[in-house]
Every structure is written in structure tokens, then in C-alpha cells.
Design a protein around this ligand. Structure first.
Ligand code: UDX
Length: 447
């Protein structure tokens, strides 16, 4: 099939590339000239595992092309995907100006029937608004389909190629038929294509992400309680997760959820509820708890240093909001750095992929190390903010020789407690026993 994808951000680019991989002719459009030129020259603007291979293969096979010319992309396309940003507006509601603007532009350009697919996360009712725009600006018939993405950064290619489910919001039988053909290669394993009305489809996306954010937040609160009650969150997690109704996944406590989706989507659903005079209490609490959780590591640091960290120096492992991405949007590490600086401390950081993005935020206010060991030089403590695999099994001998004091605050529970006792570290993690060094004796002490 001939497809146009409008917007070459993270979602658009993964979508376009993966659609080309199953033999479709895909033209990706963006208004950013420099970005399009970069991709025309075969350069990927984002880091996403596995995307590189598919990107180059489909460009060389001429199934994947890039342009700034919307008219050219739209002309022959049977299906037009919109993967445009929906940033939170000043009031927390999703800003729809990009989507509605693109719909108007497309309406002026088309001369025959098209299926317009919305991939962006949008408030309930957006498909109706997009349909209304087409009705206003053209006599040509279109079907507007809601098709939310469920792509996790870091495994987005896999998520697209083998989705748990494909959600399609449309009541048009013709659109259903074409979209079923398009997605058939991706659901061969038997995972469902779920058809529903547009509004239910739009809400499904918000409901899924808000539920996951709630699940994490619930575990973060259980972890905080574990510390006070002398329980171990790892044990509690396993005990809970073995119940199939709860499930093992997404139960890992940490320093709060981040990224470009969860914070924005939870906020947007709260806003939509408020607008409809519904008080979504649980989600409001989720937002509040997550704010506190993002700096819980700094609270622990300040307590350890007797309420004064001015003049102290800290090393941070991990900046990206999660491993296998360079994305630092809403990353807890950013809040941690800011809180440390606000309290008069200095900071050195290392992340395998996120350094450039953080440089553009903190510039020369912090130090940027070249590896996970040199970042420890002169540090009074190490703080771990992202669970990159490379941090999981470090050379402790090398570390101990560099770091002045053996003090670790771990926001991602990377190490076994027994190991830290053996190594003689002060080790403060999330929802587990505090390992303290007292009078040359390692004591496993509950807080
Ligand atoms: C998410 C959704 O999973 C995806 O379906 C959607 O379409 C886009 O948003 P993503 O933002 O890439 O994907 O990240 P995800 O892997 O879901 O993690 C989100 C946040 O939750 C991260 O900050 C992560 O560290 C945190 N998290 C996740 C936990 O703290 N504990 C967990 O057990 C799982």
C-alpha cells in the first residue's frame, strides 16, 4: 500500500520504518528541513535499538522516503498517518493545534478518498474534530481512524512489529477492511486487532498509560512503606506479582515514572475528567506521589549528610528516563540534579546515551564524565538514577579505588544487599534494608 506518515518524531519514524518493512511504500513528511535532509542522507535523528537496520534497509530498497512536501506525500497515499506532537498546553490539556492544522492542510490537498489515521495520543473527541475539519474544507470523502500507539522507547521496533494488540477506532467497514490488511503481517502470532468506536479507542490509550503509571506509583508507595516497616519490597513484589491477576511486570519501585508519555497522559486524563466535572481522585494522587518520588533519593542524601550537602560532590549514573534510550524528558535524574545544585552541591554525570540531551539543559552547571568510573572522581557519594545494564555488574574494585567514600544511593535497586555488605558499602536503595557501616562492622539495619 502507499502510505504517508506526517511527523517524523519518535512515533512517526518508528511507524513509517516498520510499515515499510512489510513492503509498503512509505513517504515520511516533516516541516523540519534539516531533519528531513539528515534522513535523506541516511542519518537517523534518534537512538532506538533495532531501528537503524530497518531504516537503512528500507531506504536502500526505496520503500522509505523523506520529504518536506506535504502535497507530494499525500497525493498518491491511500492511508495518511498523523504522528504529530500533542504537548500539554498551559492548562494541562493536550494541545491539538498541530493535528488540527495538519488535517486542514491535508483537506486542501486531497483529490480522492483517503483513510486518515491518528497515531498521536489525543483527547477523546479528537477524531470527531478531525472529521469535522475535513467536512468543512473538502467535499472528498475520508474516514478518520483512531489508532493509538503503544510503543515503549527502547523496544519500540519490537512493539510495532509484534504488538500485544492493535487498537483501531472506526465504524467504517471499508476502513476496517483496509486497516486489517495493513496490520495483518504484524499480528500473525494471533494477537488481536481490536475494533471499537473512535472515542473508546482514544480513551484506551489514556486508560492504559494511566493504569500503568498508577501501578508503578502504588509500588513506589509500598516501597516507601517497606522502609518504615522493615519489610523488603523485592520479596513483596514477588509475592504480589505471582498472582496472575496482578502480574509480574511493571512492579519495580524506583524514583518515579518519567518520559514523554506517562506524565503527560496522566495529566491530560485528569484535565479531561475535570472538564467533564469528574474528580479522578486516584490519578491526582498518582501525580502528587510521583512528584515526591522523583527527589526521594535527594531526601535520603540530605538526611545522610546531616541536613547539609553544601560543598559536597555527587556522581550520578544514568540520566535517561529509562535504559536503552537517549530520552531525558521528565527524567527523574533531571530533578535530582536540580535539587542537588539547589542545595549547594556539585554534580558529575554519566549516561551511555543521554549526555548530549542533558548538556543542552544544564550546560556548564555540572560536569560530564566520559565513563562510569571517571565520573566517581572526588565524589562523596554515587547516586544511581537509571538501570542501564552496564551499571548492573560494575568493577567494584576499580570503583572503590576511585570513590572517596563507599556510599551509594540507588534509585533502581541494582545490587544485591548481601554483595554490598560484603564490599563494605553504605548502600541505601528503594524499599529495602539500609546497609550501614558502623564501627568497622557491617550491619544490616532496618530503617
Ligand atoms: C510508555 C508505554 O509503556 C507505552 O505503551 C506508550 O505508548 C508510551 O509510554 P515509555 O514511555 O517508553 O512507554 O516507557 P515505559 O517503559 O512504559 O516506562 C515508563 C516509566 O515508568 C519509566 O520512567 C520507567 O522507569 C518507569 N517504570 C516502569 C518504573 O518505575 N517501574 C516499572 O516497573 C516500570
Amino acid at each position: 500500500m502507499k502510505i504517508a506518515v506526517i511527523g517524523t518524531g519518535y512515533v512517526g519514524l518508528v511507524t513509517g520504518t516498520c510499515l515499510a518493512e512489510t513492503g509498503n511504500d512509505v513517504t515520511c513528511v516533516d516541516i523540519n528541513v534539516a531533519k528531513i535532509q539528515k534522513m535523506q542522507a541516511g542519518e537517523l535523528p534518534i537512538y532506538e535499538p533495532g531501528l537503524d537496520l530497518l531504516f537503512h534497509r528500507n531506504i536502500s530498497q526505496k520503500r522509505l522516503t523523506f520529504t518536506t512536501d506535504l502535497a507530494l506525500a499525500v497525493k498518491d497515499a491511500q492511508i495518511i498517518f498523523m504522528a504529530l506532537p500533542t504537548p500539554p498546553g498551559g492548562d494541562g490539556a493536550a494541545d491539538l493545534s498541530y493535528i488540527l492544522g495538519a488535517a486542514k492542510d491535508i483537506a486542501h490537498l486531497i483529490t480522492d478518498y483517503k483513510i486518515i489515521v491518528n497515531k498521536s495520543t489525543v483527547p477523546v473527541g479528537t477524531a470527531d474534530k478531525v472529521s469535522a475539519i475535513f467536512k468543512t474544507y473538502t467535499d472528498i470523502k475520508v474516514d478518520v481512524v483512531s489508532n493509538p500507539e503503544f510503543l515503549r522507547e527502547g523496544v519500540a521496533v519490537d512493539d510495532f512489529m509484534k504488538p500485544d494488540r492493535v487498537v483501531l477506532g472506526t465504524t467504517s467497514e471499508h476502513a476496517k477492511k483496509i486497516m486489517t490488511e495493513l496490520y495483518a503481517p504484524y499480528v500473525r502470532q494471533g494477537n488481536p486487532i481490536l475494533f471499537m468506536d473512535e472515542r473508546s479507542s482514544e480513551l484506551t490509550k489514556y486508560a492504559a498509560n494511566s493504569f500503568l503509571a498508577t501501578k508503578i506509583t502504588f509500588m513506589n508507595e509500598i516501597a516507601n512503606l517497606c522502609e518504615l516497616l522493615g519489610a523488603d519490597v523485592d520479596a513483596v513484589r514477588k509475592g504480589m506479582g505471582s498472582d496472575e491477576r496482578i502480574g509480574k511486570r511493571f512492579l519495580f519501585p524506583g524514583i518515579g515514572y518519567g518520559g514523554s508519555c506517562f506524565p503527560k497522559d496522566v495529566q491530560a486524563l485528569v484535565k479531561a475528567s475535570d472538564e467533564n466535572v469528574y474528580d479522578f481522585k486516584i490519578l491526582k494522587s498518582v501525580m502528587e506521589v510521583n512528584e515526591l518520588q522523583k527527589t526521594i533519593l535527594v531526601d535520603k542524601v540530605i538526611t545522610y549528610f546531616n541536613q547539609n550537602i553544601s560543598g559536597k560532590h555527587f556522581a550520578i549514573w544514568g540520566l535517561a528516563f529509562k535504559p536503552e534510550t537517549d530520552d531525558v524528558r521528565e527524567a527523574p535524574a533531571l530533578y535530582i540534579i536540580k535539587a542537588l545544585l539547589d542545595n549547594g552541591a556539585s554534580v558529575s554525570v554519566f549516561d551511555p546515551e543521554g549526555m548530549e540531551n542533558v548538556k543542552s539543559i544544564f550546560e556548564d552547571k555540572i560536569n560530564y564524565a566520559t565513563d562510569q568510573y571517571s565520573v566517581l572522581e572526588g565524589a562523596n557519594a554515587l547516586l544511581i538514577a537509571t538501570e542501564w545494564s552496564v551499571f548492573r555488574n560494575p568493577d567494584f574494585e576499580k570503583m572503590s579505588a576511585i570513590i572517596a567514600d563507599r556510599v551509594i544511593f540507588d534509585g533502581r535497586n541494582l545490587f544485591e544487599l548481601a554483595k554490598m555488605i560484603e564490599l563494605g558499602y553504605y548502600y541505601n536503595s528503594i524499599g529495602r534494608a539500609l546497609i550501614e557501616v558502623k564501627e568497622d562492622e557491617m550491619l544490616l539495619q532496618q530503617k
